[in-house]
Design a protein around this ligand. Structure first.
Ligand code: 6PG
Length: 245
C-alpha cells in the first residue's frame, strides 16, 4: 500500500490525522490497555493537537504522551515543543502528571537530558538498553525544508546513532539555532505506527527526495526523513497539495 496520502491543505491533514490517531488509540487500548503516543513539534501537528483536544468520548486516562524531539530551552520558552504541546492539548484534556513524559530540559547539558530521557523511556517500558527496542504505538513526525525529521539533521552525527534510543543533536541550518534532544532512527524505526505530517511548497524539493528515498534502502537515502522505515510497523505520510505539486 502506498504510504503517501495527499490532502488539500494543512487543515485537512490535521482532520485526517485526528481520525488516524483516535483509531490508533482505540486499537492500542484494546490490544494492551494503554496508548503510547510520541508528539512532535511543528505547525501542522499543532493543528492536530488542538483538534484532538476538542474530541469527546476519548479514554484520555489510557494515553501516555512522550516528545520525539525537543529544543534545549526551558519548558516555558516559546521555542519549546513541550510548551506548544502543553498549550494545544496537554493542558486542555484531563491527564494525570504520570501520563506526560517531557524531555528533562532542566538537566545541565543536552546530552544529560538525552540520557535521562532514554532512562525514563526504558523504565516506562520496564526494559534495559540491551533488550530489544521498545515499540511506541504511534510516533508523530514532521519534516523541515532540508529533509530533517525530529531533530535528525542532514549530515549530523545524531543521524548515525545506532546504539542509543535518545541523543543530543547540534542545531541544524533551520531556526531555532539551539541544541536539541531527539529520538534516534533505531527508536523511531521500532515504532508500531509512524505518521508524518508535512505541508507547504517550501518543502516540495525535500519531499521529492523523500519519494525517491522510499524506493531505496535506508542507507542510500538522501534525507533523514527518507531514512524512517519502521521495521515491523506502519509508515504513513500525510501531505498537502502544495508539497506534491
Ligand atoms: C522541531 C521539530 C521538527 C519539525 C519540522 C517541521 O522541533 O523543530 O520537531 O522536526 O517537525 O521542522 O516543522 P513545521 O511543521 O513547523 O514545518
Amino acid at each position: 500500500m502506498d504510504p503517501i496520502k495527499a490532502f488539500k491543505d494543512a487543515d485537512e491533514i490535521a482532520a485526517a490525522a485526528c481520525n488516524y490517531v483516535l483509531q490508533a488509540a482505540r486499537e492500542s487500548i484494546a490490544e494492551h490497555g494503554v496508548f503510547n503516543i510520541v508528539l512532535t513539534g511543528g505547525s501542522t501537528p499543532k493543528k492536530l493537537y488542538e483538534l484532538l483536544a476538542t474530541q469527546t468520548g476519548v479514554e484520555w486516562s489510557k494515553w501516555h504522551f512522550f516528545m520525539g524531539d525537543e529544543r534545549f530551552v526551558p519548558v516555558d520558552d516559546e521555542r519549546s515543543n513541550q510548551k506548544m504541546a502543553q498549550d494545544s492539548i496537554l493542558s486542555k484534556v484531563s491527564l494525570g502528571p504520570d501520563q506526560i513524559q517531557p524531555v528533562p530540559v532542566d538537566q545541565p547539558a543536552a546530552d544529560q537530558a538525552a540520557s535521562t530521557y532514554e532512562q525514563q523511556i526504558l523504565e516506562y517500558f520496564g526494559i534495559s538498553l540491551s533488550d530489544p527496542l521498545p515499540a511506541f504505538d504511534l510516533i508523530l513526525l514532521g519534516m523541515g525544508s532540508d529533509g530533517h525529521t525530529a531533530s535528525l539533521f542532514p549530515g549530523k552525527l545524531s543521524l548515525k546513532e545506532t546504539q542509543r534510543l535518545v541523543t543530543a543533536s547540534e542545531p541544524g541550518v533551520l531556526p531555532p539555532p539551539v541544541e536539541r534532544i531527539t529520538f534516534t532512527l533505531p527508536l523511531i524505526n521500532a515504532g508500531r505506527r509512524v505518521l508524518f505530517m508535512a505541508a507547504g511548497a517550501d518543502k516540495a524539493q525535500a519531499f521529492k527526495h523523500v519519494c525517491q528515498d522510499l524506493t531505496k534502502i535506508p542507507q542510500e537515502a538522501a534525507t533523514p526523513a527518507g531514512m524512517v522505515r519502521p521495521a515491523a510497523g506502519k509508515l504513513l505520510w500525510y501531505v498537502d497539495q502544495a508539497i506534491v505539486s
